[in-house]
Structure formats: structure tokens, C-alpha cells
Design a binder for this molecule. Sequence first.
Ligand code: SAM
Ligand code: SF4
Ligand code: SF4
Length: 302
Amino acid sequence: MSTGLIFDIKKYAINDGPGIRLTVFFKGCNLQCKWCHNPESMSPKVQKMYNVKKCIGALSCIKNCPNNALKMTSEGIVTDYTICNLCGKCAEVCPTKAFEMLGSTISISDLMQKIDNEAIFFDQSGGGVTFSGGEPLMHSTYLLEALKECGKRMYHRVVDTTAFASLETVLEVAKHTELFLIDLKVMDSMKHKEFTGVSNQKILYNIVELAKTNCELIFRMPLIKGVNTSKKNIIETAKFMNSLEGNRTVINLLPYHNIAENKYKKLGTPNNNHVFEAPNINEITNIISIFKNNGISASVGG
Ligand SMILES: C[S@@+](CC[C@H](N)C(=O)[O-])C[C@H]1O[C@@H](n2cnc3c(N)ncnc32)[C@H](O)[C@@H]1O
Ligand code: SF4
Ligand code: SF4
């Protein structure tokens, strides 16, 4: 049985598909979006987060570190990552959880136990399980095992993905998924590469093929001023959606927010000095009507 690196499991999620859901967040992403609100999901390795505001100077972390990797400074505890082996012993003893380890492996049977515990909410609300991240398709062996187990129990399955994987993987996962949530981040491939680290050619090709299956597809677009809010990009997005097989005409708009600002600081990775902005309400209304005029039903949220 495989194991997956997971950084969070969120109960009672209501924005990751229909009904009340349990969302499993994988750690590791093959895109590196400059606006990502889950920076703790980007690295495929276990990480350590330090919140200086929670640190009361108990120093139990320093005493418990087997490698002498911690030092008290005027700016709080500093880790020497050349000797820290991410064993987590500092986080274990920290009384205020100023240190937090990000990412742990979990067996399929343990994961299924957590999912089964929430099943009562799925039945009552028309919900189910969502696999998100990070990028779930980076963990395809584990993901497929989990999807198959959920399928045996008739749980509704959503995969929240970039579709940046081999077509073979995407189509195999599609056999065990009811609904895909997929971003159309920006249609211009150079811009896509500039802001996410990869071109969108493979993504768009995979979506064309995915649309030929019976899976439901809901598109999402993080709305970021100056990146993807131009009339040209909205029309190109609508044109692409209209070219797909099946009725693929729904897009959820997610206005940019910077709730992750603090997380970037705690991870010690300031967000590349990029300052992003969401469009204002008038601009969003205009985007929705451009979509509408081009046959696409767009709304905020989801
Ligand atoms: C964190 S991603 C995980 C799934 C997958 N990696 C993806 O990008 O589609 C989940 C959703 O959050 C959105 N998102 C990420 N950062 C955001 C931000 N700062 N503001 C608004 N939406 C954001 C993404 O566009 C995506 O629709
Ligand atoms: S993770 Fe382990 S090695 Fe690293 S600072 Fe904490 S206790 Fe020391
Ligand atoms: S693809 Fe998704 S998880 Fe990965 S960096 Fe972009 S928004 Fe974050």
C-alpha cells in the first residue's frame, strides 16, 4: 500500500464541491503560482513553520533538539537548516505550538477511517470527499487507491487539480472521479509560465481530452488584476470552454485574497515581493457580463 504526503485534512468544507465535504490536502505542487494561498502545499517535502508571535521563550525546543540546530536570538528561535533533519522533536515539546511540522504520511486505511467518520455528513448534505493540495495528481498512485476505496463506499469524489500531469494519469483518475475542479488561470501560455512556472499547453490539451469523458467539470479562475482580468483573456477563456465537448459552460471566479501573507512569513519564504490585487466590484461585474455575452455562466465563489 502506498502513502501520501498530506498537510491537512479539513472537515466540514463547503467550498470544495457540493454539500459538506472532507477535503484532503496533498503536499507538493508542480506549479509555483506567485499568488498561491497554500504556500505550505508547494514543497513536496516535510517542512517546519515557526511563528515568533506564539513563542514564549520556553526553550524546551532547544533542549529537545538532538542536533543542536536551534539558537535563541533577538528575533526569536533560529534554525540552522544545514544540521536540522526535520525530526520534529522541537515541535513535539513546544508548549504553545510556535513550531509546527508541515506534512505527514498517512496510510490508505488510516485515511479511510478519517473519511468514514464523516460519512454521515456526506449522506445528509449530498457531499463527499475532495482531494486538493498542492497537486493531487502528483500523488497519483495513492490518490487512485483512495479514490477507489471511496468509490466502493459510494462517496462522491471531487479532484481539485491543475491537470498538469500525463494524459494517461488524468484519464485514469477520471475513471474514479465524479467531478473535477480545474483552474483556467490565464490563457496566454507565456504569462502562464511567468506566473506559475509552467506553460499551459499540456493543461489545456488534458482538459480537451477530459471533456470527452463523462466527468463533470467546473472551471475556476483566481481573479488577479493585471494577470488574467483583461477582456481579451476572458473572451479567450470563454472560447476555449465553448470548444470543449459536453456542456462545459460554468466557471467560478475566485477574487484574489492575500490570507497567506502570514504563512509565507512563517515559512521564511517571503512572497517574491509580488503585490497582487483583486479587481473591484465593478470590474468583477464587467467580467461576469463578458462571460455571459460569450455563453459562459460565471459567478463569484465556489
Ligand atoms: C490552492 S489550489 C489547489 C488545487 C490546484 N493546485 C489548483 O491550483 O487548482 C485551490 C484553488 O485555490 C485558488 N487560489 C490559490 N491562491 C489563491 C489566492 N491567493 N486567491 C484566490 N484563489 C486562490 C486556486 O486558483 C485554485 O482554484
Ligand atoms: S526538527 Fe529536529 S533537528 Fe530540526 S530543529 Fe527541530 S528538533 Fe532540531
Ligand atoms: S497550482 Fe494550486 S497549489 Fe499549486 S501553486 Fe498554484 S494555486 Fe498553489
